[in-house]
Design a protein around this ligand. Structure first.
Ligand SMILES: Nc1nc2c(ncn2[C@@H]2O[C@H](COP(=O)(O)OP(=O)(O)OP(=O)(O)O)[C@@H](O)[C@H]2O)c(=O)[nH]1
Ligand SMILES: [Mg+2]
Length: 375
């Protein structure tokens, strides 16, 4: 006999579902989009195509969330306080800088950047370019050196032209899968992301794809309640993650959800069979809505510093990571790893986690980041 369905796991509708957006919460209303005509008879459509307005909806949504980051400077500032404290030594060094002291000061600057996990390659690149400019007479004061330092970090972060906005495609539902090693902050980040999307009037469905740990879906249910989102959880024990996720995307398609956020279990990047399971999840999602998942966001624990690089490489090779979420930067003095990750992997950092609260996921903004670590 099969176990009863958990209360929040609703079966697919046998009759027409209600319209997807109530006027009060509709993203289309908030962002002035035309009504979704394709929704008139969704149970008869095999595919939900977006109207031009909806295409704009997802593009605007990504941009809007990013723009909000700029107004959240204080949060970013406090989130990076440990890194900032760690780098404060640079300010002191530059305050008393004079030309004859250049080599000693640059040695100490190099050390401070290495301790903050900028990584050896970037650190040497930055320091040598400062040295050249100082000896060429282009930088004459401590504050000019600091400005040049900030500018070169900003250039490193923006040079590759990576898109830091969420890329949610053109069709409903957009699907975001969150992946990574154990305990990095996947479920928490997913909950915080749900909160951000929900605030923009997006209809979000959570999918409890971590079927490995019994407590994992309870944890996601708490986030569902906190963010007032619907959730799909496994119907029975030992359910396959791929089937839970595909069921969630099916439901989202039938009921006009805008975005599905898929949680997955933590796995070591060296565990071959668990990495295979991730491929199965990705395929199962893509079978329900072609072209999804739109985003595969890998969560990296900021406190692990440069150790995150091999993890990211492996996950990227197996499933194709489209963006990174760097978490726990509030607890780490090594925020420089953000720069190493972008430079070494060529994958954009899309969000940074700066605390455990629901508001503590910040869209990544390179300029705000540089100003937060070098005020
Ligand atoms: N300080 C801080 N803590 C965080 C942040 N993100 C997550 N955490 C904490 O990290 C711990 C692990 O977070 P989870 O979201 O459960 O991590 P997970 O990757 O889903 O873990 P598994 O599902 O076991 O693989 C929790 O105690 C979170 O509160 C962050 O940005 N800052
Ligand atoms: Mg989890």
């Amino acid at each position: 006999m099969s176990a009863p369905l958990p209360s929040r796991l609703l079966p697919l509708p046998s009759k027409p579902p209600p319209p997807p957006h109530s006027p009060a919460t509709s993203a289309a209303t908030l962002l002035h989009f035309p009504p979704d005509r394709s929704y008139a008879a969704p149970w008869r459509l095999s595919r939900f195509k977006c109207s031009a307005g909806e295409t704009g909806f997802f593009t605007k949504l990504g941009r809007l969330i990013k723009e909000k980051a700029k107004s959240d400077v204080e949060k970013i500032f406090s989130g990076f306080s440990k890194t900032r404290d760690n780098l404060a030594v640079i300010d002191e060094l530059l305050l008393y800088w004079n030309l004859s002291d250049t080599d000693r000061v640059l040695d100490e600057l190099e050390e401070a950047l290495l301790v903050a996990d900028f990584g050896p390659r970037i650190t040497i690149k930055i320091v040598e370019s400062l040295r050249d400019d100082i000896y060429a007479g282009k930088l004459k004061t401590g504050s000019e050196i600091k400005d040049a330092l900030k500018k070169s970090i900003l250039n490193l972060l923006t040079a590759k032209g990576l898109k830091t906005e969420l890329q949610l495609g053109f069709r409903k539902p957009a699907v975001i899968m969150v992946v990574g090693v154990n305990g990095g902050g996947k479920t928490t980040s997913l909950g915080k992301l749900a909160n951000r999307l929900k605030k923009e009037g997006t209809k979000v469905l959570l999918a409890a794809g971590d079927t490995f740990r019994a407590a994992a879906s309870d944890q996601l249910e708490i986030w569902a309640e906190r963010t007032d989102c619907e959730i799909v959880v496994a119907e029975k024990e030992n359910a396959k993650a791929s089937s839970v996720l595909s069921q969630a995307v099916k439901r989202a398609k039938e009921e006009g959800f805008d975005v599905v956020l898929c949680d997955t279990s933590g796995r070591l990047h060296t565990n071959y069979s668990l990495m295979e399971e991730l491929i199965a999840c990705k395929k199962a999602i893509g079978k329900v809505v072609k072209g999804t998942p739109n985003e595969i966001l890998q969560v990296l624990d900021g406190t692990t510093g440069l150790n995150m690089l091999p993890q990211a490489r492996e996950f990227n090779e197996v499933v194709g990571v489209t963006g990174l979420i760097l978490t726990k930067l509030d607890g780490s003095a090594r925020g420089g790893c953000v720069v190493s990750v972008v430079d070494e992997l060529g994958i954009p950092v899309k969000f940074v986690g700066v605390g455990e609260g629901v508001e503590d996921l910040q869209p990544f903004d390179a300029e705000a980041f540089v100003n937060a670590i070098f005020p």
